[in-house]
Design a protein around this ligand. Structure first.
Ligand code: AMP
Length: 281
């Protein structure tokens, strides 16, 4: 496994590998790896000749009062985990390498970014699509892997790739969860013991929403109310949003008639956590 921190070196190496006819699988991450990241890597390993993982905490996708400085980082640990999952190349650039002085170009996807996290974190997705398009140019992946855990992000990136005619297959893989259902996230490390225990209600609430839909409930309002009713008794949790949107445009639906994304975001202590399920009636 190689670690590369310079864009020029990465471009040269990818050019050589592509000339040799190698297919490239790509897993972009912000590091502090967990089983969610590693599951993407293992899939990439199955489908492509070599796997590139980027580890980059992207400053431009964090808001002013968000956790950029505190975001967990442990490169040595990440290197070991990446190696064990079969990563061939880690791309580990600095922020100065990615955004040198005078950097001025941004990529923005309209529409899909209006709701959910786009609404509560203005500018967040502009940061995500900008960094991912840079990474796509640098790594030139045949297939790029994203987690359903960040469903809106994955849809936005898929749309960007489509609209900008990027020759990359964007694949979305299922959310990996802890035994008790909590979606794995680097930010779970922020949680105290009590907060961690309370956090299980997020998935429990989503599962009970799923049961309501399977039982024939189609009124979004009622389902959202039920989800809030499960989360609210946990006083350590503050709801940012609970929303039911269609999976094409990510617009809120009042009645569930087709496939929907039931998504939520909450604050628990120092963490802002998100989770979702996709369900069709
Ligand atoms: P992050 O490092 O949090 O930016 O995540 C990097 C990639 O891993 C994104 O595509 C995420 O959606 C994905 N990911 C993060 N957590 C999980 C999880 N629990 N299950 C599956 N994929 C995940």
């Amino acid at each position: 496994m190689k670690t590369i921190d310079k864009i020029s070196r990465m471009l040269t190496l990818i050019k050589i590998l592509k000339k040799e006819g190698k297919s490239v699988g790509f897993v972009p991450t912000m590091g502090y790896l967990h089983e969610g990241h590693l599951s993407l890597t293992r899939q990439a390993k199955k489908h492509t000749d070599l796997v590139v993982m980027s580890i980059f905490v992207n400053p431009i996708q964090f808001g002013k009062n968000e956790d950029y400085d505190k975001y967990p980082r442990d490169f040595k640990r990440d290197e070991e985990l990446a190696r064990s999952a079969g990563v061939d190349i880690i791309f580990y650039p600095s922020s100065e390498e990615m955004y040198p002085e005078g950097y001025a170009t941004y990529v923005e996807v309209k529409g899909l970014t209006d709701s959910l996290c786009g609404d509560s974190r203005p500018g967040h997705f502009r940061g995500v699509t900008t960094v991912v398009s840079k990474l796509f140019w640098i790594v030139k992946p045949d297939i790029a892997y994203f987690g359903q855990k960040d469903a809106q992000q994955a849809y936005v990136i898929r749309k960007m790739a489509q609209d900008l005619n990027m020759d990359v297959d964007v694949r979305i893989l299922p959310t990996v969860r802890e035994k008790d259902g909590l979606a794995m996230s680097s930010r779970n490390t922020y949680l105290s013991e009590g907060e961690r225990k309370d956090a299980v209600v997020l998935y429990q609430a989503l599962k009970s929403a799923e049961e309501m839909v399977r039982g024939g409930e189609t009124e979004s309002k009622k389902i959202i109310k039920a989800i809030e009713g499960i989360i609210k008794p946990k006083s350590r949790i503050k709801i940012d949003y609970v929303s039911i949107v269609d999976t094409k445009r990510l617009k809120p639906v009042s009645k569930i008639t087709g496939e929907v994304l039931i998504a939520l975001a909450v604050f628990i202590g120092k963490a802002r956590l998100i989770d979702n399920i996709i369900i069709a009636p």
